[in-house]
Design a protein around this ligand. Sequence first.
Ligand SMILES: [Fe+2]
Ligand SMILES: [Fe+2]
Length: 262
Amino acid sequence: MISGARHFSALAARLRWDPDAIDLAADVDSWRALEPGLRRRLTVLLVGFCVAEHHVADELGPFAAAARDPDMAAAFAAQRADERGHARLFDRVAALILGAPGQDARSRRQFVRALAPAAVLDLFERRLPQAASALAADPSRLVEGVSLYHLILEGVVLSAGQRALLAELGDGLLPHVRQGVELVERDERWHVGFGLRCMLDLRPEPATVESLVRQGEHAIDAWGAVVPADIRSRMLAQHRRRLAAVGLLPAVDDHVAAGGAG
Ligand SMILES: [Fe+2]
Ligand SMILES: [Fe+2]
């Protein structure tokens, strides 16, 4: 069973890490020596995360304000602290690994966003701010906000990007970048778990659940070819499994639903 919201704030405090302490500069020579095709695929994924983590950090404010109780508000605040750390990590990746020019994160982001897939930009630069503004204007729309933010953007799009990054990085190519991505992925697991907890409390309408399934199937393609088909089908199966775990969908046989992926 999914824990109460208070559990997630305590978990966040235990897991906290310092994005400035990861020695990314130690990976620069290895990055330059990568095979060009692999470097291009990794670049697409890393710039996507530079854009995405900035926006998820920036747009979380209205969620805490719309929370139904102080424990839920505290968990959103703890999540926001994580997202700021993730944004900081990927800005350092942009500066040190990708060589993005600029004196600050904002100017580096202008450089990296030009390399990001259009569908990723659309999700994080247009749809997420739209949902956050709607929530700021009307706090009763929290279920729609959590659906998009926690279950689609984090649970499907970013999860798929993390899986693809870790698969491309293997065990030893860029160990410090990998360490950062693994720490981000560990945080994202509780963020998605907290999103599911919110869904349990907020009791979405059946139409919202149906839309979550359809949106997941559409959003999984946002990364284009840098996320391979096997990862896409595994992530979609996981998306359905999560919705089933909180009783929003009937339990599914993953081997039927995902063509055997687990
Ligand atoms: Fe994040
Ligand atoms: Fe997150």
